[in-house]
Write a protein that binds this ligand. Structure first.
Ligand code: SF4
Ligand code: SF4
Length: 381
């Protein structure tokens, strides 16, 4: 019996995927002339066309009528989370696959980068996850937002990283944007293996290494190869010492075909904590980028961990434990599922009343970038 293939999202990505199937690029997984190929879309105007590029267009509620020998391939990286949640709510039982961005760049077929990633629609993805893999940094910016300028030597071993990846897989079907950062991640001696493992466990992710750029010219060929092989992007935060080097960095990475982007320039830093806790937390939270950090095996926004680090280092008490511990979820021991963790991480807590991350327009809160010996007042309003 033939297997039906439903390409979910008939837009630009859907058409590109269909063309790739017609060219036989995914043979033998999907064979032209043997498979029946359909489009599915949420846009009523697209559904009204009935056929696109010779394929029948279905609305999502008609997928079940195709029978059990059907697979669904989500074509659009932008809409993937919405579609997965939709299929979960409809209760679709067919296997669901996702086509990552690297497929459209003709970069698949390595062991860790399949053209179609099987997704478990009974689990959500995390939208943005940052994993600090090393707490040491060579730049020591005063007021470092993650507080990694206190010369901690802690780093994640490859074994710890694999354990982390496995626990995350139990809770989530994928990670939309996965960022490895530090400290300075290029100081980590096993970065190559961490990148390969990250790609192995999360083939669906837009994978990124965030760096201060100081180590770029020293990158070893084998690390660069792993970065290329895994379609990892290097995001360079431009702090004052590196601003003049931007053209050289660009040339270096371009010549090696590495994906990169610049963030900043960051000429000013902001303090992160208001010990009075008298902000309107809900308002502060509305401006929050809602990045999830993984620190000490816990998913959280990271502020509670940061405050604890300062308290321990300077021997002071800045905030009640009951606030610092809010919305922190241990990935190895939590009783919650991924949906509930995502839901709670998106909510404001009492800790937001103390959070100065978002007070970037407040002159009292900003100071010119410098590096050097850290002081507690670099973080505290
Ligand atoms: S480069 Fe980044 S991690 Fe390093 S001290 Fe500066 S802000 Fe912190
Ligand atoms: S404390 Fe609230 S506003 Fe601040 S980073 Fe965390 S979630 Fe966002």
């Amino acid at each position: 019996m033939n297997m039906n293939t439903v390409i979910f999202c008939a837009g630009h990505y859907g058409i590109q995927l269909l063309n790739m199937i017609h060219k036989g690029l995914f043979s033998p997984e999907i064979q032209v002339n043997k498979d029946d190929i359909f489009f599915c879309d949420n846009n009523p105007e697209v559904i009204a066309k009935s056929y696109i590029a010779g394929c029948k267009v279905l609305s999502p509620d008609k997928i079940e009528e195709l029978g059990k020998d059907t697979r669904i391939i989500i074509s659009s990286p932008q809409n993937a989370d919405f579609v997965m949640e939709q299929l979960h709510k409809i209760g679709v039982k067919h296997p669901v696959y996702y086509t990552p961005e690297y497929v459209y760049k003709f970069l698949w077929n390595t062991a860790n980068m399949p053209p179609f990633v099987k997704m478990d629609i009974d689990k959500p993805r995390i939208k943005k996850l940052q994993i600090p893999i090393i707490e040491l940094c060579n730049l020591n910016c005063r007021g470092c937002n993650l507080i990694y300028n206190l010369n901690s030597e802690k780093r994640m071993s490859v074994d710890e990283f694999i354990k982390t990846m496995k626990s995350l897989r139990k809770l989530f079907s994928g990670i939309k944007k996965l960022t490895l950062l530090g400290g300075e991640p290029f100081i980590h001696p096993d970065l190559k293996n961490l990148v390969l493992e990250a790609r192995h466990y999360f083939s669906d992710s837009d994978l990124e290494i965030r760096t201060n750029g100081t180590q770029i010219f020293k990158l070893k060929d084998e690390l660069l190869s792993a970065i290329l092989e895994t379609y990892t992007e290097i995001a360079i935060s431009l702090y004052p010492p590196l601003i003049d080097k931007k053209p050289e960095i660009e040339l270096f990475l371009r010549e090696r075909n590495v994906r990169y982007r610049f963030l900043g320039p960051f000429l000013e830093f902001n303090k992160i904590f208001n010990p009075k806790g008298d902000y309107d937390g809900e308002e502060i939270h509305r401006g929050c980028e809602l990045c999830t950090n993984l620190m000490q095996d816990e998913l959280s926004c990271g502020l509670g961990h940061g405050i604890e680090t300062l308290e321990e280092y300077y021997g002071v008490s800045l905030c009640k434990d009951e606030y610092k511990k809010l919305n922190r979820f241990n990935i190895h021991t939590t009783d919650l599922d991924g949906w509930e963790i995502n839901r709670r991480l998106a909510l404001p807590t009492r800790l937001c009343d103390f959070c100065a991350y978002q007070k970037k327009n407040d002159a009292d809160n900003m100071f010119l970038w410098s590096c050097g010996t850290p002081k507690l007042e670099d973080w505290i309003i």
